[in-house]
Design a binder for this molecule. Structure first.
Ligand code: SF4
Length: 357
């Protein structure tokens, strides 16, 4: 027997005894029910899905009723399940099936994959479970199992690695009863070959492919699948002025959009500007010298920012109005003002140390 055949045979046999057989969407080949469960199960645990699945079926027992419902009502029923684009697509998909397929789910996986919100793996699962198609699936659980059993290198989210996984998943499909085999793979990933601490030799459910598993043989279970590479974020730095007049500090309002949009912040010194001249000409303040305060690092989702504060005792120059968008606030007012957290940190440290005096 080839290794591939042995692999699928062991999984199918394991599934008979240890697979999940009593989930609410099992024991049916109704495409509406299978599709609904497949969409709800994307990125979501079975236990969280079950009450939503039941509630949806109570409200919309058939695809026709779902398609006819107002989208706001569908979104409301979905509320709490997360990833709301799924609910919108679910509703659109029901309408497309009604309009273009006369209310009957198409059977060909390639045609199913054209419907809103349905990717290749979900389309194949629907075709396999409802219409007996011999089609491979590659959801998160299956990717994890295959990366471990076959020692697949590289992050599975990268197209080149995904391509290898699809071709492996297809080559492993048995000729007969492939629906049970793919269900077994999904169940193994969900209940035994879990992300952290897989239960390879758990007495009650011993992994059926433990002898073939490359990750286990090589002691690399924790390394496979390879984790998403950490993005290297750009570094930026900016000088900010902490101008104090007595117990008041000069703040400027940020533009409404962009980083810290609309919040009050410390005036930012343009690149290359001389702080004394900038304070006098732009902010209308006389400052005799600036002191450098410790830098403060802050990370946004798309870059790291280093704030370089310069503090100085300021006197508002005579006959100078406050520059537009600027205001002097005392420590009590600052407590209630909308400030970015890193700016508030700089101010607290400066007030505590009396560094500007
Ligand atoms: S032996 Fe362990 S790591 Fe390998 S497939 Fe089985 S459960 Fe997963």
């Amino acid at each position: 027997m080839s290794d591939d055949k042995a692999f699928s045979g062991k999984l199918t046999a394991w599934h008979r005894r240890h697979g999940r057989h009593d989930l609410p969407w099992q024991g049916t080949n109704d495409p509406y029910r299978i599709w609904l469960s497949e969409i709800m199960l994307q990125q979501t645990q079975v236990a969280a899905v079950i009450p939503y699945y039941r509630r949806f079926l109570e409200h919309y027992p058939t695809l026709t009723e779902l398609a006819a419902a107002p989208v706001e009502e569908v979104m409301g029923l979905w509320s709490g399940l997360g990833y709301y684009a799924r609910a919108r697509n679910l509703h659109r998909c029901a309408q497309v099936v009604m309009d273009r397929h006369a209310g009957a789910f198409p059977q060909n996986p390639d045609v199913i994959a054209q419907l809103p919100g349905i990717g290749r793996s979900t389309a194949n699962a629907i075709a396999a479970f409802c219409f007996g198609a011999r089609a491979a699936i590659l959801d998160g659980n299956v990717k994890r199992v295959l990366c471990r059993t076959h020692g697949i290198e590289g992050y599975p989210g990268v197209p080149a690695v995904e391509k290898i996984l699809w071709s492996l998943a297809e080559s492993l499909l048995p000729r007969r009863d492939s629906a049970t085999y793919i269900q077994a793979l999904m169940d193994l990933g969900a209940t035994v070959c879990t992300r952290g601490k897989p239960r390879c030799l758990a007495e009650e459910k011993n992994c059926p492919v433990v002898d073939q598993c490359v990750a286990r043989k090589q002691g690399r279970i924790a390394e496979l699948p390879v984790a998403r590479p950490r993005k290297i974020l750009p570094q930026r730095e900016t000088r900010v002025l902490l101008l104090l007049d007595g117990d008041k500090v000069l703040l400027e309002r940020r533009p409404p959009s962009g980083i810290w949009g609309g919040l009050l912040s410390l005036p930012e010194l343009p690149v290359g500007a001389d702080p004394l001249a900038y304070a006098a000409r732009t902010l209308g303040c006389e400052v005799t010298r600036f002191m450098t305060l410790p830098p403060l690092h802050h990370s946004f989702t798309h870059f790291h920012l280093t704030l370089l504060p310069l503090s100085g005792a300021a006197k508002l120059l005579p006959h100078t109005a406050e520059a537009a968008g600027h205001c002097w606030l005392g420590s009590v007012e600052i407590g209630a003002a909308a400030l970015p957290a890193p700016i508030r940190k700089i101010l607290s440290a400066a007030f505590q140390a009396g560094s500007a005096r």
